[in-house]
Design a protein around this ligand. Structure first.
Ligand SMILES: CC(=O)N[C@H]1[C@@H](OP(=O)(O)OP(=O)(O)OC[C@H]2O[C@@H](n3ccc(=O)[nH]c3=O)[C@H](O)[C@@H]2O)O[C@H](CO)[C@@H](O)[C@@H]1O
Ligand SMILES: C=C(OP(=O)(O)O)C(=O)O
Length: 435
């Protein structure tokens, strides 16, 4: 178990460039399985989850060439389907959430897709029904081994159909799109997720020869084609990392520029932070955050009632930034209700923040009321363990703003989604070491 030691209370200064988006990378990496031709992907983040998926693709027989840092060419022209029945696959396939998205492409191209229960954050129930109900609607036979938590779908040829998803699942939508692009006939997916990750995947598939209409909406129409070809694709900057750096700047009252953020793909993220009183300036494609010398004040609603920050499927506010919004509000002026609607175990980390002196009432597993200190009292350093990726980065932000030296264990959770985070934070003045 890795550990960070953080000496808090220092202002940071400078600029930071976001890595490529983890959740997009996991989708587009799985899409390389849809063609025998070469696919080149740029701006792939060097993070644990992505590297695990690249290893899994390699074990499946995908030829992989590293062109430069973050740039790879993949060729899935000789896939070893026997690997799917191996013990090694049961281990490797279950170690991250994104591995679930190999199922759609394998099913569509080779007639079968298997997966052990995928990993990822333990932040509540994470069912896969949407994925498998979608595959079944396309005509696949489904089986599930309860003893081994092993899922399988098989079909000679998928057939397009209309489907209304039971929920706008992000990885579920990606999986069904990747199956439908090679199905016979037209598939209509209503209540599809439409995050920039899905838009990027769809545009990549279109450049490979897929026929997809409605990109960016929750109604997708996909006309199946016989085969797909190669392409070149670039992953967008990671909007969750961008939001994390906004939170970091505000909590440490640092002047920070976040470079090349792709403003048009940030949705509500800038406005949610603005509602928390944080100044964000658009400078070209950068975000400039001045040092908040006088702190930041949470806005009320027009009628004067308390602000709620809640998650919702895109174009709502992403659930992956709620933990960061929560930690940032511990030093705001005013109070806010943080409502995590999607996951039921994602707010329990607030215990650690309460230990550090934050004023938080956990109303129930989904809702926390935060009363900010307005920097009149600093958080106290402590020792903690990172329970999940976004709680981990939130605790790290808290530690950087706190007085004294904090220790964070289980930093593998943070490394799942943040590239060389200690090095990049040191470059803007943070006192953080990996021990
Ligand atoms: C690898 C990857 O891409 N992971 C992301 C993906 O996970 P993932 O695709 O696993 O998450 P889903 O979108 O399937 O669902 C997330 C949670 O939200 C609930 N839910 C979902 C849709 C909905 O309309 N209503 C609803 O309540 C689900 O029941 C589940 O508990 O999307 C999540 C939701 O943005 C993000 O937190 C994860 O970072
Ligand atoms: C929940 C997340 O990731 P995963 O779905 O990979 O667990 C996340 O990125 O915040």
């Amino acid at each position: 178990m890795g550990t960070f030691k953080i000496e808090g209370g220092h202002r940071l200064k400078g600029s930071i460039t976001p890595q490529g988006a983890k959740n997009e990378a996991l989708q587009v990496l799985c899409a390389v399985l849809l063609t025998a031709e070469k696919v080149t992907i740029d701006n792939i983040p060097d993070i644990r989850d992505v590297n695990k998926l690249i290893l899994l693709l390699s074990n499946l027989g995908v030829k992989i060439q590293k062109n430069a840092p973050g740039s790879y060419t993949f060729q899935a022209d000789d896939i070893n389907l026997k690997y799917l029945e191996s013990e090694a696959f049961k281990q490797e396939g279950s170690s991250l959430r994104g591995s679930i998205m190999i199922v759609g492409p394998l099913l569509a191209r080779f007639g079968k897709g298997y997966i052990p229960k995928p990993g990822g954050d333990k932040i509540g129930r994470r069912r896969l029904d949407t994925h498998f109900e979608g595959f079944m609607r396309l005509g696949a036979d489904f089986r599930y081994n309860r003893e081994e938590y092993f899922y399988g779908v098989e079909a000679k040829k998928l057939k397009g159909t209309y489907m209304l998803l039971d929920e706008a699942s992000v990885t579920g939508t990606a999986n069904i799109i990747m199956a439908a692009v090679l199905a016979e006939g037209v598939t209509t997916i209503y209540n599809a997720a439409c995050e920039p990750y899905i838009q990027q995947l769809s545009n990549m598939l279109i450049s490979m020869g897929a026929k997809i209409e409605g990109v960016g909406s929750n109604l997708l129409k996909i006309e199946g084609v016989d085969e797909l070809g190669g392409c070149t694709h670039r992953v967008l900057p990671d909007m969750i990392e961008i939001g994390s750096w906004v939170g970091l700047a505000a909590m440490t009252r640092s002047e920070l520029t976040i470079k090349n953020v792709s403003w048009e793909n940030l949705g509500q993220i800038p406005d949610v932070f603005r509602k928390m009183g944080i100044t964000l300036e658009k400078k070209g494609d950068d975000i400039y955050i001045p040092a908040h010398e006088d702190g930041y004040e949470i806005q009320s609603y027009i009628d004067g009632s308390v602000l709620t920050i809640a998650d919702a499927p895109w174009p709502g506010f992403t659930p992956d930034l709620l933990s960061i919004a929560l930690v940032v509000s511990t030093q705001a002026r005013g109070s806010v209700l943080i409502h995590q609607k999607m996951f039921e175990s994602r707010l329990f980390f607030v215990d650690k923040l309460i230990d550090m002196g934050a004023k938080i009432i956990l109303c129930d597993p989904h809702r926390a009321n935060v009363i900010g200190h307005d920097f009149k009292s600093t958080l106290k350093a402590t020792t903690m363990t990172s329970p999940d990726i976004r709680a981990g980065i939130s605790l790290l932000i808290a530690a950087l703003s706190a007085k004294g030296t904090s220790t964070i264990h289980n930093i593998e959770q943070i490394d799942r989604g943040y590239e060389r985070i200690d090095e990049r934070l040191r470059a803007i003045g943070a006192k953080i070491v990996r021990v």
